[in-house]
Write a protein that binds this ligand. Structure first.
Ligand code: MN
Ligand code: MN
Length: 208
């Protein structure tokens, strides 16, 4: 029941709301970042979106997981330094390693290190699975883990990969400063719902 209030607050701040039926916000963000012709900063605490980072297109993640006073700028180099894989390989890496915060189990017995080594050696998940088929360039132990996880590996990538080609028209209006009447309306709404400091900060930011 908070959702209508959130929508009302965003409307009062003149911040566009974009959603697509049967898709996560991640997919909308992925599509907008891909359509963009200007530099993009994706502000999120969700590691999944590291797969969208692309220095060549000036797409970065501003990672909020350690708090708003401790933001981390994530570029190609950051992803490589953290995980040993490129942003374009991050989804396959995450599929292998799993992600408890998303209820993604990963391949049993494969952690960060093995996942990175496999992606480095075989390029992507398809390459890893092909090697598991033949056994070439893969230890018997890892091969066994991959084959045991084959049902998981058939479905997990569709969950982990962010959609980048949804049918979305980017909003025509950029976020802009509120005029005095809009400020008053936003303040009245904040009081009506007792929205507190976050709404006050948003109004202040849009008043400068
Ligand atoms: Mn996630
Ligand atoms: Mn996500």
């Amino acid at each position: 029941m908070q959702i209508p209030v959130i929508r009302e607050a965003l409307a009062a701040l003149r911040i566009p709301i974009i959603g697509v039926t049967a898709h996560e916000a991640d997919d909308v963000i992925g599509t907008l970042a891909t359509l963009a012709t200007m530099p993009v900063d994706i502000v999120t605490g969700d590691r999944d979106l590291f797969q969208l980072v692309d220095d060549a297109r000036s797409v970065r993640v501003i990672y909020t997981a350690r708090g708003m006073s401790n933001l981390e700028i994530v570029t190609d180099q950051t992803v490589v330094a953290k995980y040993g894989v490129l942003p374009s390989q991050y989804a396959d890496f995450a599929t292998l390693r799993g992600d408890a915060s998303d209820g993604l189990p990963g391949v049993a017995g494969v952690g960060d290190k093995t996942a990175a080594t496999l992606v480095q050696a075989h390029g992507d998940l398809a390459g890893i699975r092909a090697a598991a088929e033949t056994g070439e360039g893969m230890s018997a132990s890892v091969r066994n883990k991959m084959i045991t996880a084959s049902v998981y590996l058939d479905v997990a990538p569709t969950v982990v990969k962010v959609a980048t080609a949804l049918d979305i028209v980017p909003p025509a209006d950029a976020i802009r400063a509120l005029d005095p009447a809009e400020q008053d309306a936003a303040t009245a709404l904040a009081e009506q719902w007792n929205l507190g400091g976050s709404m006050e900060r948003a109004i202040a930011a849009l008043t400068k």
